[in-house]
Design a protein around this ligand. Structure first.
Ligand SMILES: [Zn+2]
Ligand SMILES: [Zn+2]
Length: 341
């Protein structure tokens, strides 16, 4: 089999190696599609450097072999998605049931040893608990969205949206658009704040009720005018800098919640008025990664067509053209690029 290993910035080797053997608690997955997320893009661009690195954590494939101790019912040929980011299961947080906060998540192996989630490979080994069945009818490129969707599910659940609530989504990249889709499923009126005109248009086509250009329009006035002066029940920060977070906090209704889904690089502090927290009981919180339960829900939402994601797959590029796929993935004009096997 072949696997794509990043050995230096902008350098990918297609290496030949043996198809791995599985242990009794493992599944051999024949990979069909992998989404190229910012995690992989950072190692490709050299923003982060720990090589050799084998990327690919947004994975769809079919079951090739099932270990004798795998508990769930899996048949050869079943289409599956794989949750391949490390959770140790042994640290304080894993044992507390907070495995998304695992102390050893994304841990690198010793320097010089190959590491990474490993989806950019014709075959991969996964633990039984990392494998989730999806409908065989689901398009494999769309199925790779199961991983980011599983993260956004946690974000939207933390926002605790009620029917008819007003929601603001800051940023209309792929994560922003997934928030729009789920907030609409939850029965919210959705306002999207995004400086890029083409992305605002995509947000409208995805289901946003109102789009705002935060550079040339007054977002706070728009939100107030749509909520009888009160503000938004939930704000999701998916992209932008600290001023966007501070503005997001200023949009909240009393008792409202802002969820920091996106991270800030390089990090900058924000200022919060403690009396807004006290008198208005606003909640400032965040989410990172997915859980077993949010991954289960994600696989189900995609399998049943309750969330449609074909608009988020900008291009499908064959595995042999992996360099081109990364170049397209890091381009500003794509949402997700899927590598097809
Ligand atoms: Zn991802
Ligand atoms: Zn852990």
């Amino acid at each position: 089999m072949r696997r794509a290993v990043i050995t230096a910035p902008k350098t990918i080797e297609l290496q030949e190696t043996n198809i791995p053997e599985i242990r009794p608690d493992e599944v051999l997955v024949k990979v069909k599609a992998v989404g190229l997320c910012t995690f992989e893009q950072r190692y490709y661009k050299g923003v982060q450097r720990a090589y050799p690195f084998i990327g690919g954590h947004e994975i769809c494939g079919v079951v090739e072999k099932v270990g004798t101790n795998v508990a769930q019912k899996l048949d050869v040929g079943d289409q599956v998605v794989v949750a391949s980011l490390t959770r140790c299961g042994e640290c304080y947080y894993c044992r507390r049931g907070l495995d998304h906060l695992c102390s050893n998540a994304d841990q690198k192996t010793k320097s010089g040893e190959m590491w990474g989630p490993g989806g950019l490979s014709e075959f991969m080994v996964a633990k039984g608990y990392e494998v989730y069945k999806v409908s065989n009818e689901l398009n494999p490129a769309e199925a790779t969205v199961a991983e980011p969707l599983a993260c956004v599910i946690r974000s939207v659940e933390k926002g605790n949206i009620h029917l008819g609530d007003t929601v603001v989504v800051i940023g209309a990249g792929i994560m922003g658009l997934l928030h729009v889709k789920l907030a609409k499923l939850k029965g919210a009126k959705v306002i999207v704040s995004e400086p890029d005109g083409a992305r605002r248009q995509n947000a409208l086509e995805t289901g946003a009720d109102v789009v705002v250009d935060p550079i040339n329009e007054n977002l706070k006035e728009v939100v107030k005018s749509l909520t009888e002066g009160r503000g938004a029940h939930v704000v999701f920060f998916t992209a932008g800098g600290t001023p966007a977070i501070e503005q997001g906090i200023s949009l909240l209704i009393k008792g409202g919640t802002i969820v920091l889904y996106g991270s800030i690089h390089p990090v900058q502090p924000i200022s919060i008025n403690p009396n807004d927290v006290h008198y208005d009981e606003i909640i400032v919180t965040g989410v990172v990664r997915h859980t077993k339960e949010s991954f289960r829900k994600s696989a189900l939402l995609l399998s049943q067509g309750l969330v449609q994601v074909q608009d988020l797959i900008s291009e499908c590029i064959p595995f042999e053209d992996i360099n081109h796929a990364f170049e397209r993935a890091i381009s500003k004009d794509t949402y997700r690029v899927a590598v097809m096997f």
